[in-house]
Design a protein around this ligand. Structure first.
Ligand code: R5P
Length: 281
């Protein structure tokens, strides 16, 4: 049976259809003091819990669903985390900081027999879990929503770390070339992009990243491409967080369209990671 967290309901339904597994009834309630009460009428032995941990609330929901499933008799619990919140704080970047990715992984581990995480920023995040943990790379799916008539497309990574994602999308699209910009992060929301010498004039460009959070990285890259007379500019990512004024930043920079997957259920969600998760089960 599939048990869905509140932030992953459409993805859980898509997975249910592919696996032909029923969706457990779940309610997401809250006490007057703000504490959560997440309940499920789970039945059976094997529980597949699908829960993006987009917020503190959804983290707690996941822990409650794990416990509720175990209490209802589940003997095997697979925790599927389409989007793992705090994954980018995978080290202490300054004195006194926590390794938040480790902290959340250690909280999720005891309630899981197996963990599956979609593009957790760095594969090494999986090492923080105690049960076997597997990373799924959904990047190849990002080619699907792109127009079929891209002209001499360039698949561009906004920093060197995202180059392998851009290469995966290029390979899945089966045309075009790849390049990357060099990024320096100045603050939580501001980045500086050092342009490569890639020729983009009159070409369609697809900027590929694992996540668009504040939109700082993506909008800087798109701004450079606009200034260099790129033709259509698409922003694509696995996790469309799109916090605060990210959409406005992207639009002002000159983006043609923004696409993401359903690891986060947003207006920009254009493709489902359900088939990739099903393959891993
Ligand atoms: C960083 O290494 C990531 O791959 C993303 O580029 C970054 O997290 C995006 O964040 P933002 O949208 O806030 O610039």
């Amino acid at each position: 049976m599939i048990i869905s967290g509140s932030a992953s309901q459409s993805l859980a339904a898509a997975l249910s259809a592919i696996l032909d597994q029923p969706l457990a009834p779940v309610t997401y309630d809250q006490f007057p003091d703000g504490e959560l009460l997440t309940t499920t009428e789970f039945q059976g032995n094997r529980a597949l819990i699908v829960a993006a941990t987009t917020s503190s609330k959804t983290h707690i929901e996941l822990l409650q669903l794990q416990d509720a499933a175990r209490t209802a008799g589940a003997s095997e619990i697979t925790t599927i985390i389409p989007y793992l919140g705090y994954a980018r704080q995978d080290e202490a970047f300054a004195a006194g900081e926590p390794i938040s990715a480790r902290a959340v992984a250690e909280a999720i581990s005891p309630g899981s027999d197996q963990v599956i995480v979609v593009n957790p920023h760095a594969d090494t995040v999986c090492d923080f879990f105690t049960p076997p943990a597997e990373m799924i790379d959904a990047a190849s799916l990002l080619a699907q929503p792109l127009p079929v008539d891209l002209s001499d497309p360039l698949f561009l990574a906004p920093d060197e770390n995202a180059l392998s994602l851009a290469e995966t999308v290029r390979d899945a699209y089966d045309a075009g070339s790849t390049d990357y910009f060099e990024k320096t992060r100045l603050s939580d929301t501001a980045v500086e992009i050092a342009p490569s010498d890639a020729e983009v004039s009159n070409r369609d460009v697809v900027v590929v990243d694992d996540i668009i959070a504040t939109g700082g990285t993506m909008s800087e890259a798109i701004g450079v491409l606009t200034d260099r007379d790129a033709d259509r500019i698409y922003a694509t990512c696995v996790h469309p967080v799109l916090a605060k004024n990210a959409r406005l930043k992207l639009a002002r920079a000159g983006v043609t369209n923004v696409y993401g997957t359903d690891t986060l259920e947003r207006a920009e969600t254009a493709v489902s990671v359900a088939p990739k998760i099903a393959e891993a089960l």
